[in-house]
Design a protein around this ligand. Structure first.
Ligand code: BG6
Length: 514
């Protein structure tokens, strides 16, 4: 497997040699997308394919085959993709790029267990290999509920689609949720691995595709400034927050019965924890990076008693800015007696010399005060404070805050003398902003991940072991919640249930209000 910073496969002779934004162009290949009519495909995946085409990063004969139950003509499929691209693409629309991209669009209609439809799909794929030069290299993207993974994998095997001839490849890309707990994740992994070897499986955690998340590694390991302090001697605790202001209208089918912990903590937030806490890898090859993440996940566990160290809530009616919004139980499609949590928080700890005694607080929720994802590394107070209590009454703990989104950047909070005062010291912020420091816009996470999967770059994809270990961390909390009443209501537009505040205030800490 190749490394994270690979040499480009194609080099433009006109390119400025100082420009490190290399065009990593995928070789001849195509992709079959299952779940083409889903929300994710429409809002994220189809626009990302177009953006890649627009950036010149897809191979010339690239073909995108949509597979779905609709009875669409080629024309209808093209229109559908066109709408998605027009509405959501990040880069400007160019007729020429669109025309070239649209030439490779093909639709195959069928169910996920339909032998005849999969045989037709296999014929189409072979036909595209002949006519568009995709060379037998195909990725199958399963953006479908996990209940269908087994059917689709079985059909891909039966129809011969999972099998690559010599010098060609077949890969599978799978979307979460990877199971409901550790046991079901193990089962899903078995199903997928019975058809595709682990090195051909790409599990998507789109947070790993975000530039700011990759920047955690640069911040920690390319600098001398932070790493010496990055341990229990200096760090008091870490807060990882993913707050959203949106509600769940329209997502009942996926979300009811799943909840915030399974939707976000098990994958995105635990991955962020792993990147913040892991040791420096020997290199950034997929194997080395994943080995360090696995080591840290093995050492991570949820702190008990859960009654005091976790919180869960469900939004009730309230105000989101100037808009009056309903509670979860009134949202369309949700069970009016739903006990699904829309807010979840927990306390994790890592048994290692570096992290012993440092709590990691994770929280996520819908319909919170505003949309923000950030990691706050909060430092201890100095062991001795030479300034008096009155002079330092507005001085908090030093902190490094990695803002994943929006307003991507890094903030450092430290104390500074207030001008004109005798010696009053209070908190100030030093702020690095991506938008100000760099002129180019970050690509969308899905652009990066789709391209990486086509390039066989697996660094940014969690392995089956990582997925199972994340469930092992979360499962005890989920069991406890299943047996201990229902989530606490919190009004939409606030920062979650009161228990979340109590979770921290017990130890004299508070959540940041981003
Ligand atoms: C998804 C979750 O993985 O991430 C959604 O299923 C959530 O519930 C989404 O809204 C948030 O992604 P982003 O990139 O907007 O932070």
């Amino acid at each position: 497997m190749t490394e994270l910073n690979v040499e480009p496969q194609w080099t433009n002779p006109l390119r400025d040699p100082q420009d490190k934004r290399l065009p990593r162009i995928a070789g001849p290949s195509g992709m079959v997308l299952f779940g083409i009519t889903g929300d994710l495909a429409r809002k994220k995946l189809l626009p990302a394919f177009y953006d890649l085409a627009n950036r010149g990063l897809l191979p010339p004969g690239f073909s995108l085959v949509g597979y779905g139950r609709r009875d669409w003509s080629a024309e209808q499929f093209r229109d559908y993709v066109f709408q998605a691209v027009k509405e959501r693409a990040r880069t400007p629309f160019h007729d020429k790029v669109w025309e070239r991209f649209a030439d490779g669009l093909v639709f195959v209609s069928g169910n996920f267990d339909d032998d005849e439809a999969f045989d037709r799909l296999a014929e189409k794929v072979a036909d595209i290999d002949r006519t568009r030069g995709t060379s037998g290299n195909w990725a199958f993207y399963l953006s479908i509920p996990p209940g269908f993974f087994a059917d689709v994998c079985h059909q891909l095997q039966r129809s011969g689609l999972s099998h690559a001839d010599d010098n060609a490849w077949r890969r599978v890309i799978i979307e979460k949720p990877f199971g409901h707990d550790q046991k079901t994740a193990q089962h899903l992994n078995k199903v997928v691995n019975s058809v595709f070897p682990e090195e051909s499986v790409y599990r998507i955690d789109h947070y790993l595709g975000k530039e700011t998340v990759q920047n955690i590694l640069a911040l920690r390991f390319a600098n001398q400034l932070f790493e010496p302090l990055w341990n229990a001697r200096f760090i008091d605790h870490v807060q990882i927050t993913m707050a959203e202001d949106i509600g769940l209208g329209g997502r009942a089918g996926y979300y009811d019965g799943i909840g915030a912990a399974r939707d976000v903590i098990q994958n995105h937030l635990i991955q962020l924890l792993a990147l913040i806490a892991m040791e420096e890898p020997v290199s950034f090859s997929p194997a080395e990076l994943q080995a360090e993440k696995v080591k840290i996940l093995r050492a991570t566990r949820a702190v008990e008693p859960f009654e005091l160290t976790t919180a869960r809530g469900q939004y009730s009616a309230g105000w989101q800015g100037s808009e009056q919004v309903c509670g979860l139980r009134e949202e369309k499609g949700f069970d009016p007696a739903s006990t699904t949590e829309t807010f979840a928080a927990c306390t994790l700890e890592i048994s290692s010399r570096r992290w012993a005694g440092v709590p990691f607080y994770l929280r996520t929720g819908k319909r919170l005060g505003r949309r923000v994802t950030e990691i706050a590394v909060v430092f201890k107070r100095p062991p001795h404070q030479p300034f008096g209590p009155e002079e330092t009454s507005a001085l908090g703990n030093n902190a490094v805050v990695i803002r994943v989104q929006p307003d991507e950047g890094v903030l450092m909070r430290f104390g500074s003398k207030v001008p004109g005062s005798a010696m009053e010291v209070r908190d100030v912020n030093m702020d690095f902003s991506y938008a100000e420091a760099f002129t180019e816009q970050s690509p969308e996470a899905y652009e990066r991940l789709i391209l990486d999967a086509l390039l066989d770059e697996s660094s940014l994809f969690p392995t089956n072991e990582e997925v199972e270990l994340s469930w092992a961390i979360l499962d005890p909390i989920l069991h406890y919640w299943a047996e201990s009443g229902t989530p606490e209501d919190y009004p939409a537009g606030t920062w979650g249930p009161a228990t979340a505040d109590r979770m921290l205030s017990r130890s004299g800490r508070t959540w940041r209000r981003p």
